[in-house]
Design a protein around this ligand. Structure first.
Ligand code: HEC
Ligand code: HEC
Length: 221
């Protein structure tokens, strides 16, 4: 009897050594990896969904939770080879999997653990009015970012092209440091991006980061 209890205790002890592999299940259990890469070692090209193995560097946790409860369209023209996903006439609409609160939170927590670098966030000051006007002009005219990305105009209305991911709520969705990293070295994330590679100095780059962080759903009319 005592031996049995001891064996059980040992087993329990062993199991508690592997909580991570057990929990990783929450993503596997829900088939996320059929459409998303969840590890940088997963070299099989996922054609149906964006890579998530750096989700903990890229997203804000609150946005992830919300997305998993009520999925929103991020790429209005569909994802690469899968145009029409989450888009189109109601009979063709394929909704993203969604989850009840508790499960969505657990999945979001797990996604936030997927990181490819550790970084202390860089402190960035708010843009002055003049800086904002200038960088907004560059976003729209000089660099033409708006031809591919939706953003908000002064009245808070959505405008812009749809060939890139929507940036209307970039300030709710993305981490500032990740945007900086994307603008500096997109090849870290995608070997081939459809976004033009810009030569811009680090000051301008930083202004773009600050500008994108001001785009928030609270400002949407
Ligand atoms: C049938 C394929 C499919 C499955 C299964 C799936 N996804 Fe997705 N997911 C997509 C597609 C396609 C998009 C892009 C949607 C868009 O851009 O509008 C997406 C977008 C996302 C995004 C936003 C990523 C970004 O860069 O904007 C997150 C986060 C996400 N999925 C998490 C998950 C998680 C977690 C699971 C498992 C619980 C999962 N997905 C299951 C296809 C899938
Ligand atoms: C010709 C179209 C095009 C232009 C112009 C463009 N982008 Fe992009 N951008 C994309 C595409 C497409 C992606 C998604 C990555 C991919 O599929 O290659 C992207 C991705 C991004 C992302 C990451 C978003 C995410 O959720 O993954 C940011 C941030 C971004 N672009 C900012 C900018 C800024 C700032 C400019 C102007 C300096 C700009 N883009 C100009 C097409 C464009």
């Amino acid at each position: 009897m005592i031996q049995k209890i001891l064996t059980l205790l040992c087993l329990g002890g062993l199991l508690s050594l592997f909580p991570l592999s057990l929990e990783a299940g929450v993503l596997e259990e829900n088939n996320c990896s059929t459409c998303h890469s969840l590890s940088s070692e997963d070299t099989e090209k996922k054609i149906s969904g964006p890579d998530l193995y750096y989700a903990g560097n890229k997203f804000q946790p609150e946005w992830l939770r919300q997305f998993l409860k009520v999925p929103a369209v991020v790429r209005p023209s569909g994802f690469i080879t899968d145009p029409g996903f989450l888009k189109g006439s109601p009979e063709n609409l394929v909704p993203h999997p969604s989850f009840p609160d508790e499960k969505a939170n657990a999945i979001a927590d797990k996604l936030m653990e997927l990181k490819i670098y550790e970084q202390t966030p860089v402190v960035r000051n708010a843009l002055s009015k003049g800086q904002r006007a200038k960088i907004k002009y560059q976003f729209e005219r000089t660099y033409g970012c708006i031809s591919c990305h939706q953003s908000l105009n002064l009245a808070g209305k959505v405008r812009g092209g749809i060939s890139g991911p929507s940036l209307v709520n970039a300030g709710n969705r993305l981490q500032a440091d990740w945007i900086a990293s994307w603008l500096q070295k997109p090849e870290t994330y995608l070997s081939k991006s459809r976004m033009p590679r810009y030569k811009m100095d680090s000051v301008t780059q930083n202004l773009f980061v600050q500008f994108l962080m001001t785009l928030k759903k609270e400002n949407m009319k």
